[in-house]
Design a protein around this ligand. Sequence first.
Ligand SMILES: *Cc1c(COP(=O)(O)O)cnc(C)c1O
Length: 371
Amino acid sequence: MGVPLLDLSGQYRELKEELDTAYFETMESAHFIGGSKVKELEERIAEYVGTEFAVACGNGTDALFLTLAALGISKGDEVITTPFTFWATIEAIVHVGATPVFVDIEPRTYNMDVSLVEAAITKKTKAIMPVHIFGQCVDMHPLWDLVDGTEIKVIEDACQAIGATYDGEKAGALGDAACFSFFPSKNLGCAGDGGMVTTDNKVLADAVRKLASHGTSKKYFYDAFGTNSRLDALQAAFLLAKLPHLDRWNSERLEAAVHYNYHLKDAERIEMPLYRDYGDSVVHLYILKAESVEVAQTIMAELKRADIGSALYYPLASHEQEAMSSLADYRQPKLSVAESCDGTTFAIPCFPGITRAQQNEVLEVILSALY
Ligand SMILES: *Cc1c(COP(=O)(O)O)cnc(C)c1O
């Protein structure tokens, strides 16, 4: 029968009425950029995440870039992050002129190994950028302890983790600022690109807002070189219609992940993900790790034959990417856990509304490919 990796059209079928209304209302209002829908979304997201402020922008990549730029992070500064992330995390650091400093990851959660961060701190370190990868929060307490009493900022890349919790708080409220993406395939996705920065720091929120709007202090007067990174009213309207359903969707993802883990716990030659008990993952992606590239290829080929979606995340860690060699003085670190994921970690279907029958179909193919 086949199972897609992600079923986005299912979301539209479920919310057709609300989304169509959002579309028609926005078209009739003829207010397309910024405006009341964007303001309302900012308020709702701040409330949802638990921060004082939320500032909308064009996409998650810009959210990262604008936050770093608003904090004044630039040439000569270092930002400590993970190599196991979507490339945008690294791009944002490089585009403000700073240098990404990579620490290795933990097996099975694939998150930054926070025990390695202290040794990576230098006089040049201006920020630590944990990425809540695949929807599970990084272990934040050790990071808070490290930056306590220093000027080092903690910026969450929460693009995959909207709704995830850590020790009773939500992703997005766990650092000095956090960045979200509303790319269609994210847990809260719009019908195009969108992003958001959350923070409790008013000065930072104002600075992000200003940079996102050409460095404008007053219309046609500029006291900074900013950019154009705004959220469309249409996207805000779609996101407002979807937000009330996010928690349910996230728990459907987690339930599906728990079902997979239960049935794969004794499987040999593959490793299932570990969900830490300090909070709830929103399972942006459910990731399996094969013991070798060959085993991953075999499983993925069998899934493909059964018309079941799967994809490598991520086929090559960031510190090994060709672009890194164009940075002056870049010396590629040896990060063996991250490197062991090259070509071996892959996502299988796990989305809101996936049925038990669909999951069992996926499990059957994987288990028979292994034995
Ligand atoms: C999606 C994503 C981004 C970038 O978001 P866009 O909206 O696509 O620009 C950044 N970091 C991570 C971890 C992501 O998953």
